[in-house]
Design a protein around this ligand. Structure first.
Ligand code: GDP
Ligand code: MG
Length: 673
């Protein structure tokens, strides 16, 4: 919100020539304080300065030089910053430490190093070395500030400082010789002009080479040249106090080197960029400072990798949190409620892509090797979470496919006519397609997910469901067939047995055969529907024959139960004894031979017993059924055992006696009249 750049300057990217010095300077921050402690406020300031989201689109410049050479004054003039300047009237020291600010109207981080020059104050050079390491590691351009009269003083304080800068640089970049260069912009202050800049720079360049030669080089880098690591630029500035206007003019010219890429002397060439994304700058800078403090070996490639690891983790975790929130609503319906969510794959893919894109957007600027590895790790992490939903949805699809199949069988098999095999095939096709469509939809790219195991489980279960349905339908069919057999058989059996005569069994067997024939027709027709094999059909046929026989035998037993058989005998007896040949009731006359009539009628009735007793065809014919383990055909032919026959015969005799007496009495009664 408070972007000092747009507020205080005309246009943020315009080339600034000068500004009103009364306007409030841009805020500054002491990133390293007098106690060598690193600030915690850098992220906040990067945000305030509008640089946090700048990516690579920002530059860093630091200044070096002896104490009180007008460094801070120059920076404030050049960049509109508000670094402390030594009070001329009091000549008191400014606060030691490293300060940073932002260039007005420029995407530039400006670093002011105070108290670098310990020599002049007889202090140890510890802080000098540390701050040199720090600025070299974090800046693209170093402004080296020196008085004109210091030039040529080879043993002067500046030269000691330069030696330090060179050594430090060799340490930092030893692993990437020639890859990254730093620009050193040498600003000669109070340049009177008597000696042309060209001459001064020649002298300085010669000194620099000398210093370079004296710097001890790490192993393997003994022959390296100063230009492998540094580019140099020279410029002079007039005396600020004596020629203030001229000074301002020259500073304004110098400024274009910092904010006009078209300037032939533009300093922020891409090759100097340290490639630290702005959002990681605070981590990088504080990491560098920590390493410096702990006196660990500091080399930039390692630092950049450490930074990349740290930042990629941070970026990944932030994206992961959002991702978790986005997938959370799917969990309960899928995992707990067993629902299938339409277009789940598409939705999850878009959530995953969003997470990866968020990651890529910021993380891809970091060390490529680290970034790629962290990206792969993140993908694995995302996929692990998504896998729970994938597996859940797959299970639910499986369940739903089974229910769908069962429901379809249920409705189709309720219909008056159906072909079982066709119903099953159509149902399987529908449910299987439903499953496969859903399963394919949720296989996300870049995963090792597969639904083949679940699919084979499903197919197994389909098999179980259809074979259950088949047995159920089979059972229903057999039941219907038994019923049909029973209805078809019961009347002819009962008719035949109630009109007992020779040939009676033949009629019954004929009815049996007819029933079995029509049953077989039903079976053959159903065999098509059930897609039965020949063996199965043969089994069913044999079963039908046996079943029908059992039904027949049951009916025979019912019709020939004791009371029923006695009734049949009595009917036969009464018909002959109590009715004459015209079917009229007999009135006994004394001339009638009651004894003979009685005997004939009773014998005729008793003769029925052996007829009933055994199922026998008159011609001793060939009808025969296969016996099985629990069905003995021969045994089933016997209806009444010998003992039973005797018992029935005795009981019938006893039952018929009263008729004889009654007949006798009726004659006596008529005669007595
Ligand atoms: P720093 O310690 O290098 O940051 O120096 P300062 O910017 O604090 O300035 C130190 C003193 O030098 C101040 O009194 C400034 O007014 C003065 N000063 C700044 N620039 C110049 C300059 O170009 N020439 C001269 N002679 N004095 C300057
Ligand atoms: Mg200063």
């Amino acid at each position: 919100p408070s972007n000092p750049v747009s507020k205080n300057s005309t246009t943020s990217n315009a080339i600034i020539e000068s500004w009103d010095e009364d306007i409030e300077p841009i805020s500054r921050l002491q990133i390293v304080d007098e106690d060598q402690k690193f600030t915690e406020n850098l992220p906040e300031y990067m945000g305030k300065w509008g640089l946090a989201e700048a990516g690579f689109n920002y530059n860093v410049v630091a200044v070096f030089g002896s104490q009180s050479t007008g460094k801070s004054t120059l920076l404030n003039k050049l960049f509109g910053t508000g670094f402390d300047v030594m009070d001329e009237t009091q000549r008191s020291q400014t606060t030691k430490g490293i300060w940073i600010s932002r260039g007005r109207g420029m995407h530039v981080v400006v670093m002011d190093v105070e108290g670098t020059d310990g020599r002049e104050r007889g202090e140890d050079q510890d802080f000098e070395r540390k701050s040199a390491l720090f600025s070299m590691a974090t800046s693209e351009v170093i402004i080296l500030n020196l008085w004109e009269h210091q030039v040529g003083l080879y043993h002067g304080a500046n030269m000691g400082l330069l030696k330090t800068v060179f050594e430090v640089n060799l340490q930092l970049f030893q692993n990437q010789k020639g890859k990254e260069k730093t620009l050193i912009l040498i600003v000669i202050r109070d340049h009177v002009g008597a000696t042309p800049l060209e001459n001064l720079s020649k002298t300085l360049q010669a000194d620099l080479e000398k210093i370079w030669a004296g710097v001890s080089k790490p192993e393997g880098l003994e022959d390296c040249k100063i230009h492998d690591y540094f580019d140099f630029m020279y410029t002079g500035l007039p005396h600020k106090v004596l020629l203030p206007e001229k000074f301002d003019e020259e500073v304004a010219k110098l400024r274009t080197r910092f904010n006009d890429p078209k300037d032939p002397n533009y300093v922020f060439r891409p090759q100097y960029h340290k490639r630290i994304p702005a959002d990681g700058y605070h981590i990088y800078a504080s990491g560098i400072w920590d390493t410096i403090l702990t006196n660990k070996d500091l080399d930039l490639p390692t630092q950049q990798e450490l930074l990349a690891q740290y930042r990629c983790d941070e970026i990944s975790n932030a994206a992961y949190e959002v991702f978790l929130q986005q997938i959370a609503p799917f969990r309960s319906p899928i995992v707990e409620k067993g629902q299938t969510i339409p277009e789940l794959g598409e939705q999850l893919l878009s959530i995953r892509s969003e997470a990866l894109q968020t990651f890529d957007k910021n993380a891809s600027r970091y060390h490529q090797g680290v970034y790629q590895k962290k990206r792969a790790d993140m993908l694995t992490k995302l996929n692990t979470q998504l896998n729970v939903l994938y597996v859940g949805q797959l299970k639910n699809l499986h369940k739903k496919a089974i229910t769908m199949f069962e429901e379809r069988l249920k409705t189709e098999l309720k219909k008056p006519s159906y072909n079982f095999a066709e119903v099953v095939e159509a149902g399987l096709k529908e449910s299987n397609e439903y499953f496969l469509k859903g399963a394919k939809e949720i296989i996300l790219p870049d995963t090792d997910w597969s639904y083949s195991h679940e699919h084979s489980l499903l197919e197994e279960e389909f098999g179980e469901v259809s074979s259950r349905a088949r047995s159920e339908e089979f059972r229903k069919m057999s039941k219907a067939l038994s019923k049909q057999v029973e209805t078809e058989l019961s009347e002819p059996v009962s008719l035949a047995l109630n009109n007992p005569k020779p040939g009676m069994w033949q009629n019954i067997i004929d009815a049996y055969k007819k029933t079995v024939d029509s049953g077989e027709k039903v079976l053959t027709q159903k065999a098509k529907s059930f897609n039965s094999s020949k063996e199965e059909l043969d089994d069913s046929r044999a079963n039908l024959k046996q079943q029908a026989w059992v039904v027949l035998r049951k009916k025979v037993d019912e019709e020939l139960a004791d009371s029923m058989i006695l009734l049949k005998l009595r009917n036969s007896f009464e018909e002959k004894f109590r009715y004459d040949e015209h079917g009229l009731p007999r009135v006994w006359k004394p001339s009638d031979d009651i004894d003979l009539h009685f005997k004939r009628a009773r014998d005729a009735a008793l003769d029925l017993i052996p007829l009933f007793a055994k199922i026998e065809l008159e011609d001793g014919s060939t009808f025969k059924l296969e016996s099985t383990e629990d069905f003995d055909y021969q045994q089933s032919l016997i209806v009444l055992s010998e003992a039973k026959q005797i018992d029935i015969s005795n009981r019938f005799k006893r039952e018929s006696d009263p008729f004889y007496l009654e007949a006798k009495r009726s004659v006596v009664a008529t005669t007595a009249k």
